[in-house]
Design a protein around this ligand. Structure first.
Ligand code: 1HN
Length: 377
């Protein structure tokens, strides 16, 4: 965090304005020797006027990363690596210690070849996956096997055993993992366990989760009450999501900031699907340019189709299919679909459930220039 030293508000009562003197510097040294410090030396930095993120908007281009991800599949076996994941790092020094790509969010690209598996394990961190490429992949979550296809959104809630694989006759699969591992480690609450066998035995019919809970507004009576603190729906199918977005676009105008946007929710409670991370899929009409807003909470986007750009903190970041980019906390952003004929789709995941449960989710629209940012060079 870097405090803006020239902010005129710093002259106000209640802000720290103590000038260094020889006596004070000697006094500070004495405090340090006793494992203490004077609050006023740091007060303005730890109480900024508004959130100052250390993270930079960053774009990860799929065109540039895909070959490297495929190369990792030749160089390292998934069972040797634990998981074969290329970690996305922020374009700044922030987050290096916790491998966070923005805020307390971790993200990486995982690759698996046909016939490969990722050994079963569990951890306190929650995970979610956005399937970018491949067919014939599956994950097993606490004994529920779920098949995975392009643009599906998939949950691994915290504490659930999980292993993944691609069937022999499947295709090479690449997906974007999103985890709250930096948050769990900074809270010093992360536990990790390895399953007694390499893979879990499935305990239910394949895809029992989406077949039971995947129909809108319908909950199977014999499975009630669902008492786990996360969604019983472990995969949100792209064809259902896409249909829901087109339907929504016929129902009204959508959000001025996000176009038509759907939240992946727990079908039993209507709340977030997991406790620490949420996710959305949004659709921008051809040529649509949304208004700018900013909010607390961090977001990782993945273009699920189409092309365009986002203006983030006054700078343009172009994206096309499966490019990934982030919007750090309290940074202005707006999105543009540059196609005149096709919709654009943006998948995103975030830490909003944490912000909301701590009552620190704040949001504001940009009023200047009819809601659009001025571009900085
Ligand atoms: C993990 O468990 C997976 O199971 C992927 O697929 C990425 C990154 C950090 C920590 C745990 C997985 C991970 C991870």
């Amino acid at each position: 965090m870097s405090h803006n030293k020239s902010d005129p508000r710093d002259k106000l009562r209640g802000r720290s304005n103590v000038k260094d003197s020889k006596e004070l510097l000697e006094f500070y040294k004495k405090l340090e020797d006793k494992s203490t410090t004077a609050f006023w030396r740091r007060a303005n930095d730890i109480e900024p006027w508004e959130p100052i993120t250390r993270y930079k908007p960053t774009v990860w281009r799929y065109e540039e990363l895909r070959d490297l991800v495929l190369q990792s599949a030749e160089l390292v076996k998934p069972e040797e690596a634990g998981r074969r994941v290329i970690v996305l790092m922020n374009n700044s020094d922030a987050g290096r210690e916790h491998t966070s790509c923005v805020g307390w969010l971790f993200s990486g690209l995982q690759v698996m070849k046909p016939g490969e598996i990722t050994p079963a394990h569990k951890h306190t961190a929650s995970a979610q996956r956005f399937i970018m490429e491949g067919g014939g992949a599956y994950t097993v979550v606490d004994g529920h096997q779920v098949t995975l296809n392009k643009n599906d959104y998939v949950l691994t809630p915290n504490g659930c055993w999980h292993d993944h694989g691609v069937f022999e006759d499947g295709q090479i699969s690449i997906w974007q993992d999103g985890l709250d591992i930096p948050l769990m480690n900074s809270l010093e609450t992360n536990f990790y366990s390895v399953y007694p066998e390499e893979t879990q035995k499935t305990k239910y019919n394949t895809d029992d989760s989406p077949m039971s809970y995947g129909a809108p507004g319908l909950i199977p009576v014999e499975r009630e009450p669902w008492d786990k603190p996360y969604s019983p729906l472990l995969v949100y199918r792209w064809e259902d999501t896409k249909k829901a977005l087109y339907n929504l676009s016929k129902a009204g105008d959508g959000s001025p900031f996000d176009g038509y946007i759907l939240r992946y929710s727990n079908p039993v409670t209507g709340g977030w699907a997991m406790n620490t991370m949420g996710a959305h899929m949004q659709m921008l009409n051809p040529g649509q340019h949304t208004k700018a807003h900013r909010h607390t909470g961090n977001v990782m986007y993945n273009c699920a189709g189409g092309e365009g750009y986002s203006i983030i903190g006054g700078q343009k970041y172009h994206w096309q299919e499966h490019d990934i980019f982030c919007v750090p906390s309290w940074v202005w952003h707006e999105h543009v679909n540059t196609s005149k004929s096709d919709e654009a789709f943006l998948y995103s995941f975030n830490d909003f459930p944490v912000m909301e449960s701590l009552c620190v989710y704040f949001e504001e629209p940009l009023d200047e220039n009819k809601g659009h940012q001025k571009l900085t060079s």
